[in-house]
Design a binder for this molecule. Structure first.
Ligand code: 8Y7
Length: 302
């Protein structure tokens, strides 16, 4: 082994070795909600965008998104993730005003419901506004690296998802490159956890996500899912978003995103078996039924 490689291996071991046992908190603090983590949670995706790759803008209007959200809760979603800006590779950014026009009515309609509402955004102004409107979680594909984003979450009691991505939405799929994808993604997430911690965001509010498909080749995505259990050692719940993604389409030969339901359910089961605690999905009913079987056979029976 070259010395450079040896150093990377040691750093990875350090970052991924639990320094305390039972490190992962048993509950996620998510606004006024406390979500128990002994069973995996299903996060239902609610897109309020005209250009979402997987459902082709069927839920553009806030009222359609609210209906969709209620349906997902009936199907068994434990939390909802409302997004007003597409993160699809090559997608164009939307203004703060337009994003708020899309997501605020949805947050307001759902704020008094039985499940916490997460908002998928990387804009600090949007974070502050939706937190004020009752959102319980911020799902930031930029891992709170934007100006003022750490403070916006620190000044509240909401949960956050820190996700890894390489490059911007415009460029991320052009030339993804890593020496060791698992080590590099884990090191990034550990650094963002430290930044969140320093800003005053408690561990009980943090989740991490390797960001499947965000600046990764098929091989990188496969490696991340195969070794997802390594991220458990970061000591906070791992969130995984695999639903209908192109890696599944490539692996199973399924062109249409909407036709990737069975492949997505298989990926969700694998992710859960490798320790993921929150699964972000379009197809809540199918995922819940599958995970109920896994839980009945493999769940904790103490
Ligand atoms: C993810 C995500 C998307 C993901 C987290 C899609 C917003 C693309 N993917 N957020 N967002 N993790 N945390 O296919 O994997 O849904 S958008």
């Amino acid at each position: 082994m070259k010395s450079e490689e040896w150093e990377t291996a040691n750093l990875t071991d350090f970052l991924l070795t639990p320094r305390f046992s039972l490190l992962t908190p048993p509950m996620l603090h998510c606004g006024n909600f406390r979500l128990p983590l002994h069973r995996p949670l299903i996060m239902g995706i609610v897109n309020v965008t005209p250009d979402s790759f997987s459902d082709g803008g069927r839920f553009v209007s806030p009222s359609a998104a609210i209906e969709q959200a209620c349906r997902l809760v009936e199907e068994g979603a434990d939390l909802l993730d409302v997004g007003g800006e597409s993160s699809r590779p090559g997608a164009l950014p939307v203004s703060v005003e337009e994003e708020l026009r899309r997501v605020l009515p949805v947050v307001e309609a759902l704020r008094n419901g039985n499940v916490p509402v997460s908002v998928d955004t990387c804009k600090t102004e949007v974070m502050r506004a939706v937190i004020g409107a009752g959102a319980a979680m911020i799902n930031d594909i930029d891992a709170l690296q934007g100006n003022g984003a750490l403070a916006a979450v620190a000044d509240s009691n909401v949960a956050v998802c820190l996700m890894h991505k390489q490059g911007s939405a415009q460029t991320m799929q052009l030339t993804p490159g890593y020496r060791d994808v698992v080590a590099e993604v884990a090191a990034f997430l550990a650094a963002r956890m430290a930044a969140a911690d320093a800003a005053g965001i408690g561990r009980e509010r943090i989740t991490v996500d390797p960001g499947f498909g965000f600046g990764k080749t098929l091989e990188h995505n496969v490696e991340l899912l195969r070794r997802l259990d390594r991220f458990r050692a970061l000591g906070v719940p791992v969130l995984a978003g695999l639903s209908r993604k192109s890696m599944l389409g490539l692996l199973a030969g399924i062109e249409r995103a909407e036709a990737r339901v069975h492949a997505s359910v298989a990926a969700a089961i694998l992710a859960v078996q490798k320790g993921a605690k929150i699964i972000r999905v379009h197809d809540v009913k199918a995922t819940r039924e599958a995970l109920q079987i896994v839980d009945a056979i493999e769940g904790n029976h103490d």
